[in-house]
Every structure is written in C-alpha cells, then in structure tokens.
Design a protein around this ligand. Structure first.
Ligand code: G1P
Length: 288
C-alpha cells in the first residue's frame, strides 16, 4: 500500500482572535504549557512516519521556521553549562531526519488556496493535511486513525466528529453514506451550512489524508461568497471522481483557534502533566 510521507500545515492566517498576543508571535507559536501549538501537530505527523512537513506560511511568521531549525549555538551553551538534559527539548531527535519546507502564501484566499500552494511539493502521492488549531489528545492519534482507513481502502479519508446543532455552522459537514467497520463513505460534503441545511451532525475536524487529485479540483474551484477557495468545495468535486471516506475521531479534541478551547487545552494538559498537576489542582481549588 501507499506510504504517506508528506504533510501540509497551513499557518498563514492572521490570528486576529488572539491579538495582541499574535502581533509579534504567530498564534501557532503560542504555547500550550511549554510547547508551541504547532509542534503538537508536527509531532502527530512525524509519529505516523511523515518525513516532509510543508508549512504554508507568511514572512512575518519566521519564528516558526526558526523553531523547527536546529540551534547548535544554544545546544553548545547548554552542554557547557551542564544542562545537556534539555538538549532534546531544544533540538528533538525526532526532527533530525525531517525536511521542513516553508511556502509563502502571498494572497490569503482561504484554506483551499493555501493547500494549492503545496502542489509542487506533493507530486502524485497522497498526503496529510493538519490544521494546527485543532489539538487532538488520544491514545492512537487522529492522523493514525485516518491512516488505518487509508491503508485499507486506498482512498482519501477525513476526520469528523459529532457537533451539536448550535455549532455545526462553523464546520464542513458530511452527508454520510454506507458504513463498514470504521469507514463511512462520504456521499456529499458542504462548508459551514446553517443548522437547518446541515446534512448530518458529523463535522470535519482538521485532519485529512487526500489523494493528489485534489489539486486538479482545487484549481477549478471557484471563490465562494466571502472570496475564499474552500478545501471543502474541492473535496465535494473530487467525490465525483473517487470514493472518499470519513472516520469518526475517537479521543479528545481542543479547538485552540478559540480562546475558550485554548484555555481548555492548557488546563487539561496541565492536569495530565505529572510534573505540575498537583500544584495546578491546588491552584484551581484556591481560585475564588
Ligand atoms: C476549516 C474548514 C472546515 C473545517 C474546519 C475544522 O474551517 O474549512 O471545513 O470543519 O477547518 O477546524 P476554519 O476553521 O478554518 O474556518
């Protein structure tokens, strides 16, 4: 079966919801405890065997590139001051055979437009997409759950989760067809429908494994009302050529694109970090 070796991470967005924090620091670099949000997604990708990470980014976000580059100078300083225990946090071994690419997205015309920028790096392989705002915590990672179905079906697969009616208008929503084991055939997909138009309660949640045929469809996808090229519209168009599956993600999900989700993730991960959890519980109990 086909091995997935490349992942695309769109990170060019302005991060307006996190201003002023996102003025000089890309919102993807804001930490959940001690690790930038974007690194959680990168680690999820590397864990399934991804070898090339393609960031769709902008020049102001240079710190993302700096973060994933080796830093030999600080490594040397850590060594000299007897702090070599921190070296793997600085220059993680898992990054050493990963290629990081940075593509500047000059015009920001939506998620579909961002993904299209990666075309020349992907060639004709299937590839993963991770939206770093969505942070997943589960025994088996979200991407790994998708990989199982991709391996079985040799087809594109998208992670979905169940969302209540009040919030469904914020997501891409699938119309599910027949289901065998974990794999749900997608009959149709629509971007951000109003609750009464939503074909189900299964919302697209930030992880995809797509066939490279998506690029052809992205190129013929028209701008939507808000002037954006939607990935969802290209996926809908791809459905007329090939089967695409959905997988209901099993695990926890934090929407770190919102302040509430970001704080939720911070609290949840802090409570699970044994080096600080006792103190955190105490602190929370003492809050008036
Ligand atoms: C994007 C996609 C949407 C998906 C969502 C998941 O929307 O367009 O289909 O459900 O990510 O987080 P955005 O959140 O960028 O508006």
């Amino acid at each position: 079966h086909e091995v997935i070796t490349k992942a695309v991470l769109p990170v060019a967005g302005l991060g307006t919801r996190f201003l002023p924090a996102s003025k000089a620091i890309p919102k993807e670099m804001l930490p959940i405890i001690d690790k930038p949000l974007v690194q959680y997604a990168v680690e999820e990708a590397i864990e399934i065997g991804i070898k090339e990470i393609i960031f769709i980014t902008s020049p102001e976000k240079y710190s993302i590139e700096k973060h994933f580059n080796r830093n030999d100078e600080i490594e040397l300083r850590l060594e000299k001051s007897g702090k070599s225990g921190f070296i793997d946090k600085l220059n993680p071994k898992i990054f050493s055979d990963i290629k990081f690419h940075y593509i500047n997205q000059e015009n920001q015309n939506g998620l579909g437009h961002a993904i299209l920028q990666a075309e020349k790096f992907i060639g004709d392989e299937s590839f993963a997409i991770l939206l770093p705002d969505d942070l997943f915590v589960s025994k088996k990672s979200c991407l790994n759950q998708l990989l199982d179905i991709h391996t079985n079906k040799n087809a594109s697969v998208i992670a979905v989760n169940i969302i209540d009616e009040d919030n469904i208008h914020n997501y891409g929503v699938i119309n599910p067809g027949s289901q065998k084991d974990d794999a749900i055939e997608i009959d149709d997909i629509i971007e951000k429908p109003s609750a009464d138009k939503a074909p189900s309660n299964m919302a697209v949640c930030g992880r995809y494994i797509l066939s490279s045929n998506i690029f052809k469809h992205l190129k013929s996808t028209e701008f939507d009302k808000s002037g954006e090229i939607q990935l969802t519209d290209a996926i809908k168009s791809l459905l007329s050529d090939e089967k695409i599956y959905a997988k209901i993600y099993e695990g926890e999900k934090f929407d770190c694109g919102s302040k509430q989700g970001f704080v939720h993730a911070t609290i949840a991960l802090a409570l699970r970090d044994k080096s600080i959890s006792d103190d955190i519980i105490k602190i929370i109990k003492e809050i008036d």
